[in-house]
Write a protein that binds this ligand. Structure first.
Ligand code: FES
Ligand code: FES
Length: 177
């Protein structure tokens, strides 16, 4: 066992882990952060994405010991005092999810994308989230959600206005005027 000291979602933890323990398993099984999910065993799906010192990483590709001394943020740590993060809000409003399994990782990857590129074009969003797979939505409303969130995260000054929600892809969604 190896002791690690890590901050996760603003709280400090000191734990013993096996050197082979993956960060995602540490988060879920030792800390109970089950909002971060495992969607594959091939490092392909991105469902496990968290931020490690501010950068999006697939937490199934990182050992817990590599997070020693670091700051980890999961999907459970991005809302503030019960207020959704703009990316969470946009995924909700633009119907950027269906089953929701990919959503925690998709949101964490998208926040990192917008932090690096405050006003991404549709192509840049698609390229930025290419490491995150969704088998439900067809991605259209995910792209729109990311662009809407980008506008809000940057004070509404997005150079690329997101298109309206695709009601053909999500027929039960009310169109907002
Ligand atoms: S669980 Fe699929 S990439 Fe991590
Ligand atoms: S919403 Fe089901 S996998 Fe993306």
């Amino acid at each position: 066992m190896t002791q690690i000291n890590v901050r996760v979602d603003g709280a400090s933890y000191s734990d013993d882990v096996e050197p082979r323990t993956l960060l995602v398993h540490y988060l879920r099984e030792q800390l109970g952060k089950v909002g971060t999910v495992v969607g594959c065993d091939t490092s392909n799906c991105g469902a496990c994405t968290v931020h490690l010192d501010g950068e999006a990483v697939k937490s199934c590709t990182v050992f817990a010991v590599q997070a020693d001394g670091s700051e980890v943020t999961t999907i459970e740590g991005i809302s503030q005092n019960g207020t959704l993060h703009p990316m969470q809000k946009a995924f909700h409003e633009m119907h950027g999810l269906q089953c929701g399994f990919c959503t925690p990782g998709m949101i964490m990857a998208s926040i990192d994308l917008v932090n690096d590129n405050p006003s991404p074009s549709e192509d840049e969003v698609r390229e930025g989230i290419e490491g995150n797979l969704c088998r439900c939505t067809g991605y259209q409303n995910i792209v729109r959600a990311v662009q809407q969130a980008a506008a809000e995260m940057n004070g509404g000054a997005s150079a690329t206005s997101p298109a309206a929600v695709d009601t053909a892809a999500a027929p039960h969604v009310a169109v907002q005027s």
